[in-house]
Design a protein around this ligand. Structure first.
Ligand code: PLP
Length: 381
């Protein structure tokens, strides 16, 4: 054998200049002096083992960091891996969190973190006095909120919350999955760390589970160290799908947000609809980009959860499925899916109305989708 294996690899790679990042489906990489030096110094810069870092995964992280205006980004195996790894990096200490959060985030906050010995206090995301009281009530390490909450679409005043958080010496962690960087960049409003389920709008095609953590380089490096030991790294093939989805992020969101705002306006005037949740008002004007209010709509059908279920099952353009943020419109009722574990009192406290339907607008024709929802409401009177 004349040629070494690394030299052969260098030979065929040097001839290629791909426009799209290759899928580096390799668990490990040839070692050289730089890699050994990196391993000995903590192992976070070079590519030598794909649980630590992988070029395709880094490519996806860089795209999302640019969208969020972040210094650094780290992909994880899911949105929940991003959230759990971030919180466990910034602990120990006490967490003050919004009551209006994604169902599994809620389980992490009310079941898992307390079981590990951490105090968690939950407050109404829309009540700044309640935030201030809870944060000042005891030493606080982390303040946690969703920009736009799942599923009730309550908008958090991130700038005001960042001020309260920093005055207490804590870090503000924001889940920006629902709002997306198309409408708001939480880091620009004082958030210290942003997390996403990249499964949703960022990848945009309902074909991959992924998460991302964004922030300053030092903080993201600390989260990366825990991702390495907790193990929630992203697979290169999944990272490729995220990267590809992001290439159409602005186009998809432009279309989906326009559809959502038309749908929200039509539903607000509908006699069979008791309430519509769609961002608006002073906080939205202050923190969201002009004319961009997101692609999620929640509305409450007259007649409670049984009516909501009937309406959802009459839809033909929108599909009954959990998840959101894809090119196809997805619809769900929180009472029997993402938030089934909440009792009636907890649901009321989290502002999840009896009869609430959650819709993630895709890229279908807006009029076709609106007509679909209207016929489902008409057929179920
Ligand atoms: C889906 C979702 C998550 C969890 O993300 P996974 O990728 O499914 O792990 C977290 N937060 C919000 C707001 C979500 O919608």
């Amino acid at each position: 054998m004349t040629d070494s294996r690394p030299a052969k690899a260098a030979g065929y790679l040097a001839r290629t200049r791909p426009v799209v990042p290759p899928i580096y489906q390799s668990a490990t990489f040839y070692l050289d002096d730089l890699a050994y030096k990196d391993i000995q110094e903590g192992g976070l810069r070079e590519h030598w083992y794909s649980r630590f870092a992988n070029p395709t995964v880094d490519a996806a992280a860089a795209e999302i960091a640019a969208l969020e205006g972040a210094e650094a980004g780290l992909m994880t195996s899911s949105g929940m891996a991003a959230i759990a790894t971030t919180l466990l990096t910034l602990l120990p200490g006490r967490v003050v969190a919004a009551r209006q959060v994604y169902g599994d985030t809620r389980d992490l906050l009310v079941r898992d973190l307390p079981a590990l010995g951490f105090d968690v206090t939950m407050v109404d995301a829309t009540d700044l006095d309640a935030w201030a009281e809870a944060i000042a009530g005891a030493p606080t390490a982390i303040v946690y909120a969703e920009t736009l909450s799942n599923p009730q679409l309550d908008l958090t005043d991130l700038a005001a919350l960042a001020q309260l958080t920093h005055a207490a010496g804590a870090k503000l962690v924001v889940d920006n999955t629902f709002a997306t960087p198309y409408t708001v960049n939480p880091l620009r409003h004082g958030a210290d760390v942003v997390v996403h389920s990249a499964t949703k709008f960022l990848s945009g095609h309902s074909d991959v589970i992924a998460g991302v953590v964004l922030g300053d380089a030092d903080t993201v490096t600390e989260v990366q160290k825990r991702m390495i030991t907790f193990g929630g790294c992203l697979d290169p093939h999944a990272a490729f799908l995220v990267w590809r989805g992001i290439q159409t992020f602005d186009l998809r969101l432009e279309r989906s947000c326009a559809t959502a705002s038309q749908l929200a306006a039509r539903l607000a005037a509908h006699p069979e609809v008791v309430a519509v949740r769609y961002p608006g008002g002073e906080i939205a004007d202050r923190i969201m980009r002009p004319g961009r209010r997101g692609a999620m709509v929640a509305f409450t059908a007259r007649g409670g959860d049984s009516r909501a279920l009937a309406v959802m099952r009459r839809l033909t353009v929108a599909s009954e499925a959990t998840s959101l943020g894809g090119v196809e419109t997805l619809v769900s009722t929180p009472f029997n899916s993402s938030h089934f574990s909440l009792g009636p009192a907890e649901r009321a406290a989290a502002r999840i109305d009896d009869g609430m339907i959650r819709l993630s607008c895709g890229i279908e024709d807006a009029e076709a989708l609106i007509a679909d929802v209207e016929q489902a409401l008409a057929d179920t009177v």
